[in-house]
Design a protein around this ligand. Structure first.
Ligand SMILES: [Zn+2]
Length: 293
């Protein structure tokens, strides 16, 4: 199962409209991270906004990640996506009882694979994810972007609908077109219910009167693999790894994005360092990064 991102233009080509149906992706994340409904609501809205941001990545190897650090109960929210719209992330407190963002800031890192990632940081302004992403766009792109995201849950508290509408007037758009985009955002206060009842195609046709659009499928996807983790571990140096083996019996690496656990034993470390005698390899890196990759 995959979700869909739909792209089109409205208002005589003056406003870009992107519609994201992220229901399956958010539900998958909720299940693997064991998120409460409020935590999944916050996470889902951030993931939906990040899917929108990722769809503008130009390079095939490009990657985008956002970290929202704030004082609210849910704690840090991290979401990243790539140009193929493989989305992944985690939330610090999956058991949170509220989705409100506290005071804090959002950091967005866009890596176009040119060797120098773009890093943008802005303060959180509203306690509401949509408004914070709008503010980020106003600062970073100097263009108004109108955002409406929502996540709905069934009676068991499991995500049953998630998605968002993103309206961005093109440079040179008329005042009327900009106002129309803003009005659409206001009128979509029941967006989640509409998404559940009409589906995204239905919203585009019935609400926006759009007939044509392009569709890009996307899903939750983690890029971690045993080979990748082994590469990260080997860069720490043999001595460090042997020390952990001695004290822990194994080296466990937990991927915070997808919940996978990777265990490495003595035989694995032997394979990583087939010739280097024990103790000769100097430890590199800070050596304590096994918890977070
Ligand atoms: Zn992973």
């Amino acid at each position: 199962m995959s979700d869909k991102l739909l792209r089109t233009l409205i208002e005589d080509g003056q406003v870009s409209l992107v519609a994201v149906n992220s229901t399956e992706t958010v539900r998958h994340a909720q299940i693997i991270h064991g998120m409460s409904a409020p935590a999944a609501r916050l996470f889902g809205r951030v993931l939906t906004a990040m899917t929108y941001m990722s769809c503008w990545l130009k390079e095939e190897t490009g990657e985008l990640s956002a970290s929202i650090k704030h004082r609210g109960e849910a704690g840090e929210v991290c979401v990243s996506g790539d140009s193929r719209l493989r989305m992944r992330g985690y939330i610090y407190n999956p058991a949170a009882s509220t989705d409100v963002l506290g005071k804090g800031y959002m950091t967005v890192v866009r890596d176009d694979d040119y060797g120098k990632p773009f890093v943008g940081t802005c303060e959180l302004v509203d306690g509401d994810a949509d408004k914070d992403f709008e503010y980020y766009y106003r600062l970073s792109e100097q263009l108004p972007t109108y955002i409406r995201t929502d996540v709905l849950f069934d009676e068991r508290g499991l995500c049953k609908a998630a998605g968002g509408i993103f309206l961005q007037p093109m440079p040179g758009a008329s005042e009327i077109a900009v106002q129309a985009a803003q009005n659409f955002r206001e009128q979509l206060s029941d967006f989640g219910e509409r998404l559940e009842k009409q589906g995204m195609d239905g919203i585009l046709k019935a609400f926006f009167g759009v007939k044509e659009w392009t569709e890009t499928p996307f899903a939750y996807g983690c890029r971690c693999s045993r080979e990748y983790i082994a590469g990260v571990l080997s860069s720490m140096g043999e001595k460090e790894l042997r020390d952990i083996l001695r004290s822990e019996g194994k080296i466990n690496v937990h991927c915070h994005y997808c919940g996978s656990d990777y265990d490495f034993f003595e035989s694995d470390i032997d394979k990583m360092f087939p010739h280097a005698p024990e103790g000769e390899e100097a430890g590199k890196g800070d050596g304590r990064e096994t918890e977070r990759i």
